[in-house]
Design a protein around this ligand. Structure first.
Ligand code: SAH
Ligand code: SF4
Length: 354
């Protein structure tokens, strides 16, 4: 069993196991394999927080399991509410580190943005998470538990429809744990989210993008943010390793199920990447790809003196794209007043929350 399935005190973390591993674990406890599936239903579908709640398990068994198995991996430290209805959940991990997940109300459903790492090593110049460096990868259980815990706070859990891996961290830099978490989120024996409703966002780790396409079906979002290598390398140092041409090539090779598109995220930063020539180059770069573009006005935060592009420029930029039949949506980030917007996560550890 891999260490990511274990918590600090070496008890088993069931949310980090897949079905086969859960069944094997059940058998190792002298139980029939079907108990594994039964327990998964309790934790993933019914959101049980304790074995006590698993009323179809014999009482003595529940007591034994409670001693050797960890069900919860996150302690809720705070839930901040934005004026626009967005909520930021601050969770403490077993080693005291903090992570954040953001629940975003949409017109008729909820979207949850989850973290994959504590911090991030990629170091994008515009991103607060990146400015603090990488502390560690999240385990599979810690990734999945963000969804379980947030959903358990909802009066109507079925309203949570979309999961996006766009919180703290670079998901493809934590490949093994993220893939396993995606399995537990989307499989019928897990949380059963539709894979059409789960999106992984990457800064463009080309080899892992290739593997991802082979290993699992989820939606792909790529943080592009510039249209020439000089600007992209300035903004996102990962571009030195995987320049734009290699990234676009990997997107072209990415296996897309029918009618799905790759989302390209493009932060608009005043005077850096927001010229109309940039917009034209973007159209050219995405030619031949099933692509849509999310235009994100830069969210300011302390530590970088970039400014968002003015709305007038954002609209002009959008017009160039849509004029060439490219779908381009302006995504005003939610929750800026609680530092919950894109690129603003990871500040809790600095706000004296311990
Ligand atoms: N590491 C992954 C996923 C997390 S970042 C990635 O980079 O894709 C999620 C998104 O937030 C990315 O699209 C990134 O470009 C965007 N982002 C980061 N900092 C931002 C900021 N200050 N303003 C607006 N968007 C930002
Ligand atoms: Fe990491 Fe994504 Fe932030 Fe870049 S934008 S530093 S890859 S979290």
């Amino acid at each position: 069993m891999k260490t990511d399935s274990l918590t600090s005190n070496s008890s088993i973390g069931l949310k980090g196991l897949d079905l086969a591993e859960t069944e094997a674990w059940a058998q190792s406890q002298g139980l029939p394999a079907y108990r594994g599936r039964q327990i998964r239903r309790w934790i993933f579908t019914k959101g049980a927080h304790s074995f006590e709640q698993m009323t179809d398990l014999p009482k003595t068994l529940r007591q034994t399991l409670a001693k050797s198995v960890t069900l919860n991996h996150l302690e809720t430290v705070d839930i901040l509410k934005s004026r626009d209805g967005t909520k930021k959940f601050i969770f403490r991990l077993h080693d005291g580190l903090l992570i954040e997940s953001v629940l975003i109300p949409e017109r008729d459903h909820l979207t949850l943005c989850i973290s994959s790492q504590v911090g991030c090593a990629i170091g994008c110049r515009f991103c607060l998470t990146g400015a603090r460096g990488l502390k560690r990868n999240l385990s599979t259980a810690e990734i999945v538990d963000q969804v379980v815990q947030v959903r358990s706070t909802l009066p109507e859990p079925e309203h949570l429809k979309n999961i996006v891996l766009m919180g703290m961290g670079e998901p493809l830099a934590n490949y093994h744990n993220v893939i396993k978490a995606l399995g537990n989120l989307t499989r019928e024996d897990g949380m059963n989210f539709s894979n059409r409703r789960v999106t992984l966002s990457t800064s463009g780790l080309v080899p892992e993008m290739e593997k991802l396409g082979q290993d699992i079906t989820v939606n792909l979002a790529v943080s592009l943010n510039a249209t020439d290598d000089k600007t992209r390398s300035f903004l996102m140092p990962i571009n030195d390793r995987y320049p734009i041409a290699a990234l676009i090539q990997a997107c072209k090779a990415f296996p897309l199920p029918n009618r799905r598109m790759i989302t390209f995220e493009y932060i608009l930063i005043k005077g850096i990447n927001d010229s109309l020539e940039d917009a034209q180059r973007l159209v050219k770069l995405l030619k031949g790809l099933r692509a849509k573009v999310n235009l994100i006005p830069f969210n300011p935060h302390p530590g970088v003196d970039f400014r968002p592009s003015p709305m007038e420029r954002i609209l002009q930029f959008q017009e160039v794209l849509t004029g060439d039949y490219l779908t381009a949506i302006i995504r005003k980030s939610k929750g800026p007043d609680i530092m919950a917007a894109c690129g603003q996560l990871g500040g809790s550890s600095n706000r004296g929350i311990q």
